[in-house]
Structure formats: C-alpha cells, structure tokens
Design a protein around this ligand. Structure first.
Ligand code: 5GP
Ligand code: ZN
Length: 132
C-alpha cells in the first residue's frame, strides 16, 4: 500500500488541514515554504491520466478551500500550485497529489521561468497537432 493510502487509512500520522468525503489535505512532511500542503483523492489514483471527472471536481474545490484557509491563517497572499505526473515530471509518490506552496517575499523558493521568446510558427504547428 502506498504512503498516502496509509495516511488516508490512519496507518501513518499526518497533520490534516481539510477533508471531504473523497479528498484529504495535509501538511507536506518536508515544508518547501511555511504551510506547504498536499491535497489528494482518498482513493488511490496514480496521476492526472487516471483521475475521473467527479473526483477531479471535488478535489479542485478542496484545493481552493484549503488554499484560502491557509491564506487566512498564515497571512500570505501568493501561492504556487504544483502537480507532478509521472517519473519524468518528478513525481515521487505515485498517488495523485496537488501541492499548495504558499509564497512569501524573499522565501528563496525558486521555480525556473520559461524563456520569453515566442516562436509563432512552432506554436501554430503545435496547436494544429493538438486540435486537428
Ligand atoms: P512529488 O515529488 O511526488 O510531487 O512529491 C511528493 C511529496 O510528498 C514530497 O513533497 C514529500 O515531502 C511528500 N511526502 C513524502 N512522504 C510523505 C509522508 O509520509 N507524509 C507527508 N505528509 N508527506 C510526504
Ligand atoms: Zn495510494
């Protein structure tokens, strides 16, 4: 059984923040920034490619509520949502989870920015490939 399933069934302790019938939010054991929280479906779903629509809806409402609860209690006004799907994307725990990472000025939490040069030819080709 995976580590997050163990958290859901109480075999491993966690600091719960918010809970609904099918979702759970709890503090990440390794706090990227103060309040770093994970929101998961209680049912074992590996990643975005396996997530059913009903659970996705409930999960994103939980993400919204949890983000606002953290914001209210911790007093930040910025946050990153992060979700790694699959090994090549950096997913380590294979139970779907969305990271809520509160951001504070000078918190030294750094995400690479995408380069800003736009290649419209490439974008157009890519758009065709996806939509046609
Ligand atoms: P991933 O790289 O898969 O998106 O991130 C997995 C996250 O799960 C990491 O941020 C890691 O700190 C967190 N994590 C791993 N094991 C545990 C655990 O037993 N309890 C909690 N609360 N978080 C965990
Ligand atoms: Zn699991």
């Amino acid at each position: 059984m995976c580590v997050f399933c163990k958290i859901v069934n109480g075999e491993i302790p966690s600091y719960k923040i918010y809970e609904t019938k099918n979702t759970l939010a709890f503090l990440d054991i390794s706090q990227n920034t103060k309040g770093h929280t994970l929101v998961i479906p209680k049912r074992h779903v590996e990643n975005i490619f396996d997530l059913d629509e009903e659970t996705a809806k409930e999960l994103f409402v939980s993400v919204t509520k949890t983000a606002n609860l953290l914001k209210e209690k911790l007093g930040f006004d910025a946050a990153n949502l992060l979700n790694n799907n699959g090994k090549d994307a950096g997913q380590v725990v294979n139970h779907y989870h969305i990271h809520i990472i509160p951001r504070y000025g000078n918190d030294e939490c750094y995400f690479h920015e995408a380069p800003h040069d736009a290649n419209f030819e490439e974008l157009s080709k890519l758009h065709k490939q996806i939509t046609e």
